[in-house]
Design a protein around this ligand. Sequence first.
Ligand code: ASP
Length: 330
Amino acid sequence: MNTSSLPRIAVLATGGTIAGQAGDASKTAGYKAGVVGVDKLLDAVPALGLVARIHAEQIASIDSKDMSAALWTTLSRRIDALLAQDDIDGVVVTHGTDTLEETAYLLHLTVKSTKPVVLTAAMRPSTALSADGPLNLLNAVTVAASADAAGKGVLVAFNNQIHSARDVTKTSTYSVGAFRSPETGVLGFVQDGRVEFQRTVVRPHTAASEFAVAEQWPMVEIVASYADASRVMVDALVAAGVKGIVVAGTGNGSMHATLTQALADAVKKGVAVVRASRVGSGHVMRNGAASDDVLGTVSAGTLNPYKARVLLMLALGSGLDDLQRIFDTY
Ligand code: ASP
């Protein structure tokens, strides 16, 4: 086979369970994430050589529970620089599953290229019996090497499925089928070298997005509503200088009366407040379970609280204040 004509894909490793190591092969929970280097991950998948020419970089070696906004900036800029090169056709990012949906959405809104960007991960460490990382990596590179993946924003290839970064979320603590797109379903499938898309992405992203990563990120935090919720956390955040608060509300973004009063007070002090839901699927209607017009709040629509936080950070970091338009658009 003449491999010189294969697409050239950059694999950027950041750590996670896909690069995890346990003391014995039967362990799928007691292990250390983010310790195996990218070269070793690639060596475990010889079939990659039939799909693409690989350029590998180790961007970080972390457990993604420790992801930082500073690393998001580094990653987004590195992806842009690589995709601006004529000799790079797509990017794959290996990541931990814990915050994958946040990083994926952040890149979906900040990378300025229509070339494919695909995130993948694993639920079992690289040393485990039936480790899922090698096949997920092969499938992610297969998607990134596919011309059909261009222009669809950032994608997540996991367990033979292809998800949009905007919609995907982790839904299990142990299952190798942990990722789902609850409201919209998968974008497509990847299996045995075949990439098949079944729907498209309609909201703007990547090259059509108005956002850029920042040097300095605004402080945006998440507060949940629940039975007997108090105003202590909101008041502490306001005192600490928070710029935005996302509420993981009950049901359709409803909030305990005590919390509602605290958040209304926060809005009066200039804090941006976005109502999302802790439910895990569905959408939060503007002026539905709470009057956004009266409170001065914004509804998150179908974004979960963690993705709503990403969008609010980007909007505030870009100096934008027409926040409901932004949440209705992205
Ligand atoms: N804690 C790990 C991480 O997010 C979990 C995983 O990758 O599955 O890095």
